[in-house]
Design a protein around this ligand. Structure first.
Ligand code: C2E
Ligand code: MN
Ligand code: MN
Length: 398
């Protein structure tokens, strides 16, 4: 039977008395033993870290029970992977606690775990022992900002469909707001390309040969600007462009700026999102064009950061004004240890480089709250508003 190791972190509910812990451990030890689950439970006075070893089925069942257990909160899965043999075979849920200071008593116990693993001739550099050590150093709990709580009712109340659409025959746009949690208002809208009947950009781009794809990308931007100026919104307009479009049409930005003047729109209100799906052929040519955009006062965002080619090397070479973090790293972040540490690191990098972080694809209140606690200010996603086809109207005043 294939064995798995599962490591999760959770927070003790304030109503769960610490004095009951040994009784609690005894009960779960018996329950787990009956199911063939072994492991270690660490408790630092506030947080639990639990290493579990057993079959996939038994662990999946256990986790679904823990999720409804009123004694834990903020269940975060850090690791789940197949293992060759048990690392903690005899410890049918050994409890290691320290109620006051985190480091000292726990460190001794952790040395004892390491020694135990050594004696058993297991690899002492196993992931579980490293995660246990990270927990004992407080690395898994240092970002507990506790309870920034916020609603964003204003935003939803302020969003209404316009009485009439500004239509273009060929290209339509849907607009999705970006929410500024500090000011509790909409600071920006992203223009998302649509066909005349609401067709998705993916399907519009899909069957076009490359040069026509770039042509569509270029032409559609004028429609986006036309619709945007009719909305009387004083925030930013964010537009997507393929890097290939900018390289093939190097005069595009100059033309767009000229067009902005014509329709009486301040080009400084524009943000260009670099939406990349292919590797760059020549990054230096591209940076040259991007610098030209910056010089015109237009801000640059890297879109879908963390997916495809929008990775660390693009970030270091481009140093954009904004990073839009791909929704793959956002979905269910409140339950995922890897997503949490990755986001914490990206946020740290961005802060040090003076780059604003926008999170995309926020769909749930729990995701919003976790991200808000991390310190994120700008949000986009269905939780706030879906893209609005044909135009929008925003009243930030209520
Ligand atoms: P994107 O720029 O990352 O835009 C966000 C996409 O995610 C949009 O899909 C939006 O509807 C969707 N979205 C927003 N919030 C949520 C959410 O909470 N959950 C989920 N599941 N999805 C959410 P859309 O409009 O289909 O656009 C897809 C992609 O097409 C865009 O991704 C962008 O890469 C590209 N695109 C859109 N307009 C243009 C354009 O004018 N030019 C270029 N080159 N690409 C464009
Ligand atoms: Mn985008
Ligand atoms: Mn995106």
């Amino acid at each position: 039977m294939q064995l798995f190791q599962l490591i999760y972190k959770s927070k003790k509910q304030p109503s769960f008395p610490v004095e009951n812990l040994s009784k609690f451990t005894e009960t779960i030890r018996k329950r787990n033993k009956a199911r063939g689950i072994t492991g270690v439970l660490l408790f630092d006075g506030q947080y639990f870290l639990q290493v579990l070893e057993g079959t996939d089925k038994s662990l999946t069942q256990l986790i679904s029970e823990i999720e409804t257990d009123k004694r834990h909160d903020e269940i975060t899965i850090i690791l789940k992977e197949p293992i060759m043999q048990r690392e903690h075979p005899n410890w049918g849920m050994r409890l290691i606690t320290t109620s006051g200071s985190l480091l000292n008593p726990l460190t001794e116990e952790i040395i004892s775990i390491s020694n135990h693993l050594k004696r058993k001739r297991h690899r002492t550099d196993s992931k579980s022992s490293k995660i246990i050590q990270a927990f004992s150093k407080g690395l898994w709990t240092q970002n507990d900002h506790q309870g920034v709580d916020k609603q964003c009712n204003n935003l939803l109340g302020g969003l209404v469909k316009p009485p009439q659409n500004v239509l273009s025959e060929k290209h339509q746009f849907a607009f999705q707001p970006i929410y500024d949690a500090h000011l509790d208002s909409i600071c920006c809208v992203e223009g998302l390309l649509r066909g005349p009947n609401g067709e998705s950009p993916i399907s519009m781009f899909a069957n076009l040969p490359t040069s026509e794809r770039y042509q569509l990308d270029v032409e559609s931007k004028y429609s986006a600007l036309n619709i945007f100026v009719c909305q009387k919104f004083d925030g930013y307009l964010s537009l997507n462009l393929l890097p290939g479009t900018l390289i093939e049409h190097p005069k595009l930005v100059t033309k767009l700026i000229a067009y902005c003047k014509q329709i009486n729109l301040d080009p400084k209100k524009l943000i260009i999102e670099i939406t990349e799906q292919e590797a760059f052929e020549n990054i230096n040519d591209f940076i040259f064009i991007v610098n030209h955009i910056r010089a015109a006062g237009i801000q640059i965002a890297i879109d879908d950061f963390g997916s495809g080619y929008a990775g660390l090397s693009l970030l270091s070479q481009l140093q954009p004004h904004k990073l839009k973090i791909d929704r793959a790293i956002i979905g269910d972040v409140h339950h995922s240890g890897p997503q949490q540490v990755i986001l914490e690191a990206i946020f740290h990098i961005a802060n040090r480089l003076g780059i604003e972080v926008i999170v995309e694809g926020v769909e749930k209140e729990e995701e919003f709250k976790w991200l808000l606690n991390l310190g994120i200010r700008y949000f986009q996603g269905y939780y706030f508003a879906k893209p609005i086809f044909g135009g929008f109207s925003i009243d930030n005043s209520n």
